[in-house]
Design a protein around this ligand. Structure first.
Ligand SMILES: [Zn+2]
Length: 185
């Protein structure tokens, strides 16, 4: 193919470093392209152009701690889901899943959601951090006169205004407590 820059040399296929830009940042990627044997002009064809897009996006994603195209695809494959199933699972459109897998960059929030829904380790870490921030409480019993609630940080009684001490002691030892039974007790 004749070079369309100088019109003299030939465009020869070979490995080269190409510079691409993503969100205002430049990245150098190494890939197969076309180079003029006379003037040194470099270019890529349409197939190489898709690869170039993906490589530059992946370089950006790696730098910013986002999942690459291959990683998104691998996580979907691990769940045995089609692109349609995966997009339903994430609550997004299939077009988005297709685009991420060919090189469009998912935003930080979506990246987080993909990790939480595909990686048990990330999901557990999130659960642990959430439990520290929002202590889960366990209702031990809840009847007409009293609620005994056990939370991760403390045990506390919520006393309703009409409750008497005598009744409380009865309720504390009453098994399988429910409203009707407590009233009877
Ligand atoms: Zn040339």
């Amino acid at each position: 193919m004749t070079c369309f820059e100088c019109g003299q040399g030939s465009l020869i296929s070979g490995e080269m470093d190409l510079v691409g830009e993503r969100n205002g940042e430049s990245f150098v990627v190494r890939m197969e392209g076309l180079k003029c044997d006379q003037c040194g002009f470099q270019t890529i064809d349409s197939v190489q152009s898709s690869e170039f897009t993906r490589l530059v996006s992946d370089a950006y994603r790696e730098k910013h701690g986002l999942l690459t195209s291959a990683e998104v695809r691998a996580r979907r494959a691990q769940l045995g889901m089609t692109q349609q199933q995966f997009s339903d699972y994430l609550g997004t459109g299939i077009a988005s899943v297709k685009r991420w897998e060919v090189g469009q960059i998912q935003d930080k929030a979506m990246d987080e959601l993909i990790r939480l829904k595909t990686d048990p380790v990330a999901a557990r870490r999130n659960l642990r951090s959430l439990e520290r921030k929002v202590p889960e409480s366990v209702i031990i019993f809840d009847c007409e006169d009293m609620v005994l609630e056990l939370s991760a940080s403390e045990t506390h009684y919520t006393e309703r205004p009409t409750m008497t001490i005598e009744k409380m002691s009865v309720l504390q030892y009453h098994e399988d407590c429910n409203a009707d039974a407590c009233l009877a007790a």
